[in-house]
Design a protein around this ligand. Structure first.
Ligand code: ADP
Length: 323
């Protein structure tokens, strides 16, 4: 490869800029020309492609979001759309791609690589951490730290008023943000999609606490919890434990933004470097991941969303530490 393109696609995640910077500067170091593709695959389709130099990625490592912007692209699902995208890449002579995104973006990349013989390398960027083939995804550490900071504040007022708080964090398919932030804030209960929620046991424990006149209780729930989100849980608790002063807080999009944590910047910088190296040595169509602190490569078509088992052991520890 001699000319590479880099894009961010799908949901944004803090640390994507650090990855873009690493890709651009590693590429330039090895004598490649690097192009930034705007708004995910849309930029390929609409010829929104800009040359990048070392300066274009100066002062972005600490910024959330993505300077290349991100989007979902309907047309890229169609063969016609991908043909158009390929023609645009050819105009610039781009012969390798780095895609920073989630499993959907990688599925698109794999298809594109098969059809047009453009090698593609994926870098996992998602706050949910639910990808096969890597222990870390860019953005998770920042998101979970944002959640911890917010929940700490909620705990202050919860404690002052003897309230029961249900805090909903992000994680449509995965409970990692809830699990990690819940443990780190000493939540009494953590409700995640990976384990079945025993609502009766929860009500029982709250009723017991109420009897002892000590109903200060923090419940952290993942938005994708099968029983329902914070509102649904609150509804049941208000009915069954009517004396509890129950409040709901949905953290929402603050979890996606903000300056990336040191950890996310490091992971992004590493992955960006190895993505370019992969293109150079012909290790094509893989996702760069980290497993047991070693760089690990997964074929793009196997880099799928994975609901990793969150063991009952974790739940036991949560219970013991909150008792
Ligand atoms: P994420 O990468 O965060 O999982 P999406 O699933 O929305 O986000 O995928 C991002 C984009 O990748 C889509 O809008 C589409 O352009 C492209 N894409 C996803 N799946 C496919 C597919 N099966 N074929 C072609 N393109 C795809």
């Amino acid at each position: 490869v001699t000319k590479i393109g880099v894009l961010t696609s799908g949901g944004d995640a803090p640390g994507m800029n650090a990855a873009i910077r690493a890709v651009v500067r590693t590429g330039i170091y090895y004598g490649l020309e690097v192009f930034g593709i705007m708004r995910g695959y849309n930029g390929m389709l609409e010829d929104d492609i800009i040359p990048m130099n070392s300066r274009s990625v100066a002062n972005i490592i600490q910024r959330g979001g993505t300077i290349l912007k991100t989007a979902r692209s309907k047309d890229f699902f169609e063969t016609e759309g991908r043909k158009k995208a390929y023609a645009n890449l050819k105009k610039y002579g781009i012969d390798g791609l780095v895609i920073i995104g989630g499993d959907g973006s990688f599925r698109g990349a794999q298809k594109f690589a098969n059809e047009f013989d453009i090698p593609c390398i994926g870098i996992p960027g998602t706050i949910d951490k639910d990808m096969a083939g890597t222990d870390y995804t860019i953005g998770f550490d920042t998101a979970v730290n944002t959640a911890v900071e917010a929940i700490d504040k909620i705990r202050d007022t919860m404690d002052a008023h003897d309230r029961l708080f249900i805090v909903e964090v992000m994680g449509r398919d995965a409970g990692y943000i809830a699990l990690h932030s819940g443990i780190a804030t000493g939540a009494e209960n953590i409700l995640i999609p990976e384990t079945k929620t025993d609502i009766e046991a929860l009500i029982h424990s709250l009723t017991e606490k109420e009897k002892r006149k000590k109903l200060v209780n923090l419940i952290v729930v993942a938005e994708g919890e099968e029983f329902g989100g914070a509102e649904e849980i609150a509804k049941v608790i208000k009915e069954r434990v009517p004396n509890a002063d129950t409040r709901v807080c949905i953290l929402g999009h603050i979890q996606r933004g903000g300056a990336p944590s040191c950890h996310d910047r490091l992971v992004a910088s590493h992955m960006g470097y190895y993505a370019v190296e992969s293109l150079l040595i012909g290790r094509h169509n893989v996702m760069v991941g980290v497993i047991n602190n070693k760089i690990h490569y997964t074929p793009l078509d196997m880099a799928v969303k994975e609901r990793q088992a969150i063991g009952q052991e974790w739940m036991k520890i949560v219970k013991i530490l909150a008792s």
